[in-house]
Design a protein. Structure first.
Length: 113
């Protein structure tokens, strides 16, 4: 399984970004996909997850602001991030449990004025 993440960048507080994570390879083995984020010096934080059946789960800090969705035809998962705050600044990693855990390369999101 290979994961390719994209969509990070610089945005002002209150703005929006959409991250994408495209899966390729043995995608039949993927049970779901999600996003973690990492700030240097801090513990990795779970952001969102969506199951193969479309059930979603969110971290408390992003509930009501972030939405995870999937396009099965494109084998892609999206993370729509609205009402962004400076504390959302982090490197965002998509991942997929498929026997082993597979990770994308990370995409930097910076929320700053």
């Amino acid at each position: 399984v290979q994961l390719q993440a994209s969509g990070g960048g610089l945005v002002q507080p209150g703005g929006s970004l959409r991250l994408s994570c495209a899966a390729s390879g043995s995608i039949f083995s993927i049970n779901g996909m999600g996003w973690y984020r990492q700030v240097p010096g801090k513990q990795r934080e779970s952001v969102a997850f969506i199951t193969k059946g479309g059930i979603t789960n969110y971290g408390d800090s992003v509930k009501g602001r972030f939405t995870i969705s999937r396009d099965n035809a494109k084998n892609t998962v999206y993370l729509q991030m609205n009402s962004l705050k400076p504390e959302d600044t982090a490197v965002y990693y998509c991942y997929a449990p498929a026997g082993a855990w597979y990770w994308g390369q990370g995409t930097l999101v910076t929320v700053s004025s």
